[in-house]
Design a protein around this ligand. Structure first.
Ligand code: FAD
Length: 500
């Protein structure tokens, strides 16, 4: 008899929901986490009197008790909804540039359409048509991919069939001529790490729709509160969690999972494993190559690893209005003149140039987020890890300092005078994410969501190796909602196989 019915490797979003769902169905489950705390990216850290959020900008798919989204239904099943306090955000996002350009898009899509029409009167009709298109597209996506229409046809879903393989840039070009408007409407690419020309239009449509329909939420206590709540539920359901304990090898015999070897060289037997990491790490580093089917190796080799990030966290000694912050989430730009080549060039470059920056000030949606009378921000720009891994160790701190300084200057160009109010500051590079997430190049979004690997062609949760499942950002879309759902879905497959 195996030591455990199931072992979950990794306590990120996917691992935590998988482990909790399994334990709650009476599956004897062990959760192994290399780090000394739960959450993976869904975590926080403290500097001075500030607790800084690492990853969660806007939680999607939650909805309200009266109009629940898919994520709330998952939380209800896991029993964590009432363990957490959610704060609804009113902003989709703002866009700000040096020189005073600023626009706020609100979660009420009608209001957003009116705001855009007022600012871009020549494009009034096109704006309405574009939002109608996104609405129709998202409805088609829901019917086919969420409600799983068994016989989807072009006649039933004309918008989906016409736009499924269109990139975001070409659809924006089809509808608009104003470059500033196209820039404003494509900003979500800055969340996804793929420039509009290489990004499936579906992502832009689904993000507007999802945030408009189910609203963005913030969690009191940040994403660490969610990770802690899931871990508590897991332990209360009888699960066993071990921290500072990585899994080194997965033992497979005759095509089926048999055991995990920890990095303390302990062998723990099981018939089911959920791995909250990449297929590349599992198949290449953890499993005997003789047990890995060729098709799997080929698939793993065909995929691109996503981007990493530079992140500047700052804690201020005053309220956000003193500093001029207007939106809880915004994108800071220095130009509207981004060519795809320039965007990609910037992402492969070590330093900060005319990048796009995602900028959050959580205190605007939750005034209790920071200590009283203070606020905090989080500024993110996207960079591949490769250039950073090539920096000689002796130069790392100088390069890191210069980049942090450049990012601060970008903030100051839009919000002058902020420097004098800084109380705490911290900075992360791709090497930081390599260290804390153990991902190649410090990747923060799993596999890159290029058209070829986009939501229509994702690797998924299952494996040809019996008993092996995956959960988290490497199985499909990254972000909180998809990764939390993926763990629950992996657990459901195991529970079904166990007949529980
Ligand atoms: C800076 C930043 C900003 C982000 N912004 C957003 C955002 O605004 N909105 C959004 O939705 N998403 C955002 N994300 C992405 C989101 O946080 C991730 O998609 C999600 O948290 C990933 O969850 P996961 O299940 O893939 O697990 P991960 O967070 O990748 O965690 C995996 C865990 O598994 C552990 N592990 C891996 N291998 C082993 C092993 N062999 N043994 C033991 N443990 C192991 C790791 O230590 C880690 O704790 C952001 C991420 C970052 C880093």
């Amino acid at each position: 008899m195996a030591d455990y019915d199931a072992i979950v490797i990794g306590a990120g979003n996917g691992g935590l929901t998988a482990a909790t769902a399994l334990a709650q169905k009476g599956v004897k489950t062990l959760l192994l986490e290399r780090h000394n705390m739960p959450g993976g990216s869904a975590t926080s850290f403290c500097r001075g009197r500030f607790e800084f959020e690492v990853a969660l900008h806007q939680l999607s798919g939650l909805g309200t008790a009266a109009k629940p989204g898919p994520l709330r239904m998952t939380f209800d099943k896991l029993g964590v909804t009432n363990d957490l306090e959610f704060v609804e955000g009113k902003d989709l996002y703002g866009v700000a540039m040096p020189g005073g350009f600023h626009i706020s898009l609100k979660t009420d899509l009608k209001e957003t359409i009116e705001t855009l029409q007022e600012r871009f009167p020549k494009e009034k009709g096109n704006i309405k048509n574009f939002f109608d298109l996104m609405g129709r597209y998202s409805q088609d996506m829901l019917a086919v991919f969420v409600f799983r229409d068994p016989a989807p046809t072009r006649e039933k879903y004309p918008t989906l069939f016409s736009y499924a393989f269109r990139d975001a840039e070409s659809v924006l070009d089809e509808y608009f001529t104003d470059p500033l408007l196209k820039t404003v409407l494509s900003c979500y690419w800055g969340y996804l790490g793929v420039p509009p020309k290489r990004l499936t239009f579906a992502y832009i449509a689904m993000l507007f729709f999802h945030y408009g329909e189910f609203k963005p939420f913030h969690i009191k206590g940040g994403s660490q509160a969610l990770s802690n709540a899931l871990l508590n539920r897991f332990i209360n359901a009888g699960g066993t969690a071990r921290f500072s304990c990585g899994a080194k090898r997965i033992i497979v015999e005759k095509g089926a999972v048999k055991a995990v070897i920890t990095d303390q060289d302990e062998e723990i037997t099981t018939n089911y494993i959920v791995y909250n990491g990449s297929q590349a790490a599992a198949y290449v580093l953890m499993i005997d190559p003789k047990e890995v089917p060729e098709a799997v190796t080929k698939d793993v080799k065909s995929r691109n690893i996503s981007i990493s990030a530079l992140v500047l966290w700052a804690g201020f000694d005053c309220e956000p209005d003193v500093l001029g912050f207007k939106d809880s989430t915004s994108f800071l730009l220095s130009s509207t003149n981004f060519t795809t080549e320039r965007i990609i060039d910037n992402m492969w470059h070590v330093g900060v140039r005319d990048d796009i920056f995602a900028f959050s000030c959580y205190d605007l949606s939750d005034p209790e987020f920071s200590p009283q009378g203070c606020c905090q921000t989080n500024l993110v720009t996207l960079k591949y890890g490769e250039a950073w891994t090539a920096i000689p160790p002796a130069q790392y701190y100088d390069v890191k300092f210069k980049c942090a300084e450049e990012m601060l200057k970008r903030m100051e160009a839009i919000y002058p005078g902020i420097r004098g109010h800084i109380e705490e500051v911290e900075f992360a590079t791709p090497l930081t994410f390599m260290r804390y997430l153990s991902t190649p190049g410090g990747a923060i979004y799993g596999y890159e969501q290029l058209m070829k690997d986009s939501l229509f062609f994702q690797p998924g949760r299952s494996s040809p190796i019996k008993g092996l499942f995956f959960a988290g950002g490497w199985t499909g879309d990254c972000g909180f909602e998809p990764t939390l759902s993926s763990g629950f879905a992996a657990a459901t497959s195991i529970i079904r196989q166990l007949g529980k």
